[in-house]
Design a protein around this ligand. Structure first.
Ligand SMILES: Cc1cc2nc3c(=O)[nH]c(=O)nc-3n(C[C@H](O)[C@H](O)[C@H](O)COP(=O)(O)OP(=O)(O)OC[C@H]3O[C@@H](n4cnc5c(N)ncnc54)[C@H](O)[C@@H]3O)c2cc1C
Length: 380
């Protein structure tokens, strides 16, 4: 196909979903690829706990878009998209520049939730999904470790996978430095009656055991209701002091201002897509990753927003864009969750449940490392 007959595919967002899609489409000769991301780098959120703890460097968790795109003949535009004109097929950036597309893929991910009912939550907490905030937490943690601490406290609010991984990694690092809970107490606050609420009992049991090993205190059934400069007030009025506070209670879709009333969103700001990950009613617009509400074809429930789901959605969407260009029938959503792997701190401890098989220890960690290297080798 001649250069001017190439189809222009614009991808907004180079996270797990966007990068995986680029990788699948980069060798298609009849496609011109453009990545627009407001950030210079792809941030590997799955491993940010290892950056906060000091075990990984910035190079281990960020991958430069410019370099990857240059090496693969992809145009990279470092700008924030502020609106989409679905009818006339173009997006507009904050700088007021206009980019036309034949196909658009929205892969803008999610942002952490900070409910306004929790007083002062915005003043005293930071979104761990931003690199500058990760630097803030990493440096605070290092300073605390080096300060001969006594009766210090790290509070992680949110006992889901992200909160648990961060708490374990920090507690492991404290122990590895020869410090105890009398020096720094790590506490995990979870509003439900268990950490990892709703997950497999094997994962819950192993995680609680690991928290005990690492002297992590778990507070269940209580919510943070107010944040002060150096303490939080729980829903039972108890005050818990902190030196470092991390808030990891969930995420909502990072949606671009939606001025098109035809485009449907759910209350979590996610775009509702059809069986082909298309954004109704626009036939040439797809959405993938944390920004979408999509169905898990095995459980018929909504897919959890994970890197795994983002990658599978990107693979399917790459095939469907190629099929659409060629006039072939599209492949219907066939994505189901294959399982989960959770890092429980340190070089040897992880757990998981993959394809209904329980994994723990070195095997789980090895599989997690394999997934990490399969994703990051795109950039080497
Ligand atoms: C602490 C933590 C641990 C996790 N652990 C796991 C795990 O073990 N396994 C797992 O499968 N998942 C895990 N996840 C979830 C996983 O990281 C996410 O599901 C995944 O990153 C989503 O990918 P994405 O591409 O949709 O979004 P993101 O990775 O968030 O990428 C979105 C991109 O879009 C860009 N962007 C956003 N808005 C705009 C705009 N308007 N204009 C231009 N660019 C824009 C952003 O800069 C960003 O680069 C974890 C998440 C966290 C926070």
């Amino acid at each position: 196909m001649e250069a001017n007959l190439k189809k222009r595919v614009v991808i907004i967002g180079g996270g797990y979903a966007g990068v995986s899609l680029l990788h699948k489409l980069k060798n298609e000769r009849n496609i011109e690829l453009i990545l627009i991301d407001k950030s210079q780098s792809h941030l590997l959120q799955t491993h940010l706990h290892k950056y906060i703890s000091g075990h990984y460097s910035l190079d281990d968790i960020t991958f430069n878009h410019e370099k990857y795109c240059k090496e693969n003949s992809i145009e990279f535009i470092c700008e924030e998209v502020s609106s989409i004109n679905y009818k006339d097929n173009y997006v507009i950036s904050r700088e007021n520049l206009l980019y036309h597309y034949d196909y658009l893929v929205i892969a803008t991910g999610s942002v952490s939730v900070f409910p306004s009912q929790i007083k002062n939550v915005i003043e005293y907490t930071k979104d761990i999904k931003r690199i500058d905030n990760l630097d803030y937490y990493r440096s605070k943690f290092q300073k605390l470790l080096d300060s001969s601490p006594h009766n210090s406290s790290i509070l992680v609010v949110g006992g889901g996978v992200s909160g648990l991984q961060i708490a374990c990694e920090m507690a492991y690092t404290i122990k590895a430095k020869g410090l105890t809970k009398d020096n720094i107490q790590v506490t995990l606050v979870e509003g439900m009656d268990t950490i990892l609420p709703g997950m497999d009992p094997f994962l819950i049991e192993k995680s609680i055991q690991r928290c005990e090993e690492l002297d992590i205190k778990i507070i269940n059934n209580l919510f943070a209701s107010k944040i002060l400069e150096d303490s939080i007030i729980l829903s039972n009025k108890e005050e818990v002091p902190y030196d470092i506070l991390l808030f990891v209670i969930g995420a909502i879709g990072n949606n671009i201002a939606n001025h098109d009333k035809k485009v449907e969103e759910n209350p979590r700001n996610q775009l509702i897509v059809d069986d082909y990950y298309k954004v109704n009613p626009y036939d040439n617009v797809f959405a993938i990753g944390d920004i979408v509400q999509a169905i898990d074809t095995n459980t018929n429930d909504f897919q959890a927003p994970t890197a795994q789901a983002s990658r599978m959605q990107a693979e399917l969407t790459a095939k469907n864009i190629i099929r659409d260009i060629n006039g072939d029938t599209l492949i219907i959503n066939n994505i189901s969750n294959k399982g989960i792997l959770i890092d429980l701190g340190g070089p040897n401890c992880a757990i998981g449940r993959l394809l209904n098989i329980n994994l723990s220890g070195r095997i789980a960690l090895w599989v997690k490392k394999l997934i990490y290297s399969l994703h990051t080798k795109k950039f080497n």
